[in-house]
Ligand binder design. Structure first.
Ligand SMILES: *Cc1c(COP(=O)(O)O)cnc(C)c1O
Ligand SMILES: [Zn+2]
Length: 410
């Protein structure tokens, strides 16, 4: 709750600002801001028992850890409290002691981005905004469009024209004003920033808006509670702009600071081989540099990560591990998750699991480790790549003879 927020600290100049709902970057130096809390006050109000008595099964279950006055007065979608499955079969296949799949593809618009968009809508209401805007490779856009539609906010949304049809279809169905830009995500982002400034819209660009990461961190709070507060050795997820991994780390540190968990997991940051500016910076221990956006996993095809500082800090602080996966490894992971867990993820959604497999093979994660792998988006968003991963079905005429002939091959 806002009463627990002590301010928004600049990552660059360390100044602390009042956390006004319309705040974006540091007014002094333009640095990214990080919301800070009074953990002693939270600890006073919240413990494992008070939490377990709560009926709210959504991200708003953790109100004390969120920078909001309340959950607003507008209607909202049910975001969060996604299932955490123990994947015994897949763990055996990968040679891991324990593996859990957190399926965030079951959110209302089918990705983890709903956690940030739900937050954006509540903050837009607090800020008295009338319109919300963002740029996105797809999921931030579709989640904003859906969550804003529920709350009655019009949206302006900028997507690169390569965004998959499924995500663009969501935007159109949710009634967003969509601007599809014939260029990279980088150019799309810049154009949206100019438009937001010019028209005074509420800004749901995740790196620029410090509140959104606070929404995303709820995935970590849920993982901890769903595991009975027994933390895994690693939390694995795919990384694009870096807001999600920074959010996960923030959530874990929040829990640690209030004594709800006594041990912090390490992060496994997974990027695509064809677009891995953050992982490269960690691996080579140097500042990050832009890369081409060369992967079929569109949600993590981010050549110029907008939240690099927070993401790199999170990976380093957690003594994290980085691994890059090829497009083929991503497609294989989609099949593997589907077949062993019944979980259908989009390419960026399953990249984290592809990374777990690779990290175990490379000895970066020991066999006796326990791992939570977050599936960040649903596979129905990108069916062409799902078909690429799993192929087409056999096709026959409506005859038993033809069926008998192909049964051998099935
Ligand atoms: C946005 C997204 C990511 C990466 O999150 P970042 O905050 O950009 O690092 C991963 N997977 C999916 C499905 C996403 O939509
Ligand atoms: Zn500053």
């Amino acid at each position: 709750m806002m009463k627990h927020v002590t301010g928004a600290r600049c990552l660059k100049c360390a100044r602390l600002w009042p956390a006004k709902p319309s705040l974006t970057t540091c007014p002094d130096c333009g640095g990214l801001l990080d919301i800070e809390y009074d953990y002693d006050a939270i600890r006073w109000e919240l413990n494992r028992n008070t939490l377990s008595a709560r009926r709210e099964l959504s991200m708003w279950r953790y109100l004390e850890f969120l920078p909001v006055e309340g959950i607003g007065r507008r209607p909202r979608l049910r975001v969060g409290w996604s299932p955490l499955y123990e994947a015994e079969g897949l763990a055996r296949k990968l040679g891991l002691s324990r593996l859990f799949i957190k399926d965030d593809g079951v959110n209302p618009t089918a990705s983890l981005k709903d956690r940030a968009s739900a937050m954006a809508v509540v903050k837009a209401e607090e800020a008295g905004a009338e319109v919300i805007a963002c740029s996105s490779t797809g999921n931030a856009a579709s989640s904003l469009a859906g969550n804003a539609a529920a709350a009655g906010f019009p949206t302006y949304i900028f997507v690169p024209s390569r965004a998959p049809k499924g995500k663009v279809a969501q935007l159109m169905i949710f009634g967003a004003h969509v601007i599809s830009v014939d260029s990279s995500y980088e150019d799309t982002f810049k154009l949206s920033q100019q438009a937001i400034e010019r028209y005074g819209w509420y800004n749901r660009n995740a790196a620029i808006n410090p509140f959104l990461m606070e929404g995303k961190k709820t995935v970590a709070l849920e993982i901890a509670e769903q595991l009975g507060w027994h933390m895994p050795d690693f939390v694995a997820l795919s990384v694009g702009d870096g807001c999600t991994i920074a959010g996960v780390w923030k959530g874990l540190k929040d829990l640690h600071a209030t004594g709800l968990i006594d041990r912090l997991p390490r992060l496994l940051s997974v990027q695509a081989e064809g677009c891995c500016p953050l992982n490269r910076a960690i691996a080579e221990n140097k500042p990050w540099e832009p890369m081409e956006e060369n992967t079929l996993a569109d949600s993590i095809a981010v050549g110029v990560p907008r939240n690099a500082d927070k993401a790199l800090r999170a990976i380093r602080e957690s003594h994290g591990v980085v691994v890059n996966v090829s497009d083929q490894e991503i497609l294989d992971a989609a099949k593997l998750l589907g077949r062993t867990c019944g979980v259908f993820g989009e390419p960026a959604g399953v990249a984290g699991t592809a990374g777990v497999k690779k990290a175990v093979e490379k000895g970066l994660i020991p066999a006796e480790a326990s791992v939570v792998s977050i599936v960040t988006g649903n596979g129905l968003k990108d069916t062409p790549n799902a078909i690429r991963a799993a192929g087409e079905p056999v096709r026959i005429g409506p005859s038993m003879d033809e069926l008998l002939a192909v049964m051998e091959r099935l």
